[in-house]
Design a protein. Sequence first.
Length: 587
Amino acid sequence: MLKARIAVVVLLFVTASCSLFYPSARTDTSPVGIQSAIRREFDADRAMEDLRTFAQHWRIPGSPAYDSCLAWIESRLQSTLKPSRDGGPLFSIQTFGDTARRTVWVPENAVLSMESPEQFVVHDYASTPVMLCENSYPADVTAPLVYVPGGDADEHYSQFEVKGCLVLSDAPASQVYRKALERGALGVISCFVPPYNKPSEHPDIIAESGIPYDPQRKPFAVNISPRTAQNLKLRLRAGPVTLRVQINSTFIQSRVKNLQAEIAGATIPDERVVLVAHVDHYRPGAHDNASGSATLLEIARSLGLAIERGTLSRPARTLTFLWVDEHRGTNSWINADSVRLRDVLAAFALDMVGGDPEKTGGQFRVERMPDPGTVWMRPPDRHSGWGTGSWDKSRLFGSFLNDYFLGIIHAQAAATGWKTAENVWEGGSDHDPFLWKGVPAVLSWHFPDFAYHTSMDSVGNISPREVFNAGTSLASAAYLLALGSEDVARMALRSIDTARVQRLETVKMMMDMELSEVQFSESPAREASRKRETQILEAWYRWYDQVFESVLRIPAGRPAEPLRAEIRARREMNQQDLIRIKAAFGL
């Protein structure tokens, strides 16, 4: 239609019409201009459509539902994008994964109902899929209910006869089922909800969980909400309660697929920037991790469309997009080609990137790759509340990635009012396999989130604005690195300069506090404190020395001498700051 309209107007307006249609095409190739173009192209509503599709499925790796999500991703890429301007396909798309078959659980339906003293449905799979524990076998059992407080220790059963009964427990089903079944119980009903899910505030919440695959016992287990558990316990005090458990599930032998899509680099295609999101999880799993999978799809699609239209140039390096079975899929990709891995400049993991902070309680945050703050954590560094990881200080390796990516996040936050945070490395997602192989990688996520791994992880808790902010920031960070210009390297240097100055001020402040506290202590205590503070200071010096050196990897090709000179000057400044601080503290 647009071409038809253009054809009937005078030539004077043809150029204006084209300019209007492609308002940013080739007009601003600075990093700031490129980020603006990416923001205009990214469609959060389109990402939400994909997210809703993924959230309809319990995405067990290797199951038909999981495979249908990969097929959806592939079809969306293929149907949205045309061949590139050079005539070849813009994307290469392929599956990869396990070569061996494995046993895969496929849930179909489940109903927990009360038979006496009343008859009604307690929970059903159709409305609350996570009521069914993973690896539960098919069942149709009607039996008395016995409440065993705790249920995960032998002594808990000393006063209860559970043979031929259903056991109601307070502990996770995975910790209860063997002890209950060994005593003749027919199945387990668990009301366990982790404290971080705030069950007292959300009494209808049901936590997702599973039991081990056990073809000998053929067990089943059901999860219920705190409100349901309280009701059942009250009824048991008044008299016997009989429940019926109906489960339809199957086990199949299947190979687990993962999906890779790539936009090949124009000049150094063997070098890559990788973005990865895991597709697998419970249903609905809207935040974890339909949000990451859908946001990654929109990043790939929006960058592809911008390149197709000429708004963005094809980058020098290859952009690789991975949709995987968490950890295993990423490891499969990494282990398939050690040469390919060597040329990965950086990796970005997307896991829980769309949660609405007003509803879930969790801000967007960047989990930094391991740095000295991971090993020696002191204010202002902090954990997210999810957990802590252990990283050997001898395996620290400095990279521009932390400060470069945080610089982009902070700029987006300043422009939009986006609330963000950061935490030291904790581990637990698809950035880890890259880090263990020495590849710089960061995680983008939201935490805390009361709905994490529960029935309440629904599409209603997702914010299109969070998806937009996270998606455009990640797309910008990855594309600019793939572009590989010296302007991007200098952009990284500015962020590193700011972060290094702030870090040294913090280190000095903490050194002053620590050494002041022990100045009148016994000599061994003073020396131990001085040694520790020296170790921390030198660790940050080595970190930033390696960080500055790593910036030379950003340009696609040999960096020009002016940039190399800038980096030499910064490394020298870093060295002088170390000497100056040591002298000031008499170290």
